[in-house]
Unconditional design. Structure first.
Length: 199
């Protein structure tokens, strides 16, 4: 048999084999997307499930967190201004001032959101401010809270159950109106109180 006839015969046999073995598979090939940079038309339907993607570093405007396939697109996050750990950030990720927590009552107990804040107390009567135990409010060690007596009422810091607040001469009150003091957490239930204090 001539070589050309053999090649032609082989091609015909292969084509028939593909068609007979799995014609359904052969017919679906044109609908398959390319592996690299496919172009879709219409509205593609993505499978369900989740995937963890890497968040871009820095102050990018297209940060992506863990997303679901069903979202079908990355979520663009505008980070020109954002609030992180109760501190406002500008475009350069620098702290802008210190958030103020203005209190006007005669009693107050610090909450986790007070970490790093500037707390003012404006009542005309004596005010007691309690430092809660770590079991109630787990401030990280190193937390700082600034307190200022803006009212006429004397502001006194009180230690919650199991809490130790150490200060000069064990004084725990602001010395006068418009005097500020600072609390610094140094251990699980231990704080330092610094500033112009009186008994």
């Amino acid at each position: 048999m001539a070589t050309t006839n053999f090649v032609t015969l082989t091609t015909v046999i292969e084509a028939d084999w593909l068609n007979d073995v799995d014609a359904a598979v052969y017919e679906t090939l044109p609908a398959k997307a390319d592996l690299a940079s496919p172009t879709f038309t219409g509205t593609p339907t993505l499978p369900t499930g989740t995937i963890a993607t890497t968040q871009a570093a820095g102050n990018d405007t297209t940060k992506v967190a863990t997303t679901a396939y069903a979202l079908a697109a990355a979520v663009a996050i505008n980070t020109s201004t954002a609030t992180v750990s109760n501190k406002t950030l500008d475009e350069s990720n620098r702290y802008v001032g210190c958030p103020i927590n203005a209190q006007s009552g005669t009693t107050y107990t610090f909450v986790i959101a007070d970490a790093g804040k500037f707390c003012t107390f404006s009542n005309g009567a004596a005010t007691t401010v309690t430092v809660p135990p770590n079991a109630d409010v787990a401030f990280p060690v190193g937390t700082e809270i600034t307190c200022v007596q803006t009212g006429a009422g004397k502001v006194t810091l009180a230690a919650g159950a199991g809490v130790t607040v150490s200060s000069q001469s064990s004084y725990l009150a602001c010395a006068a109106q418009y005097v500020g003091v600072m609390l610094k957490k140094t251990a699980t239930n231990t704080w330092l109180l610094l500033g112009n204090l009186i008994a």
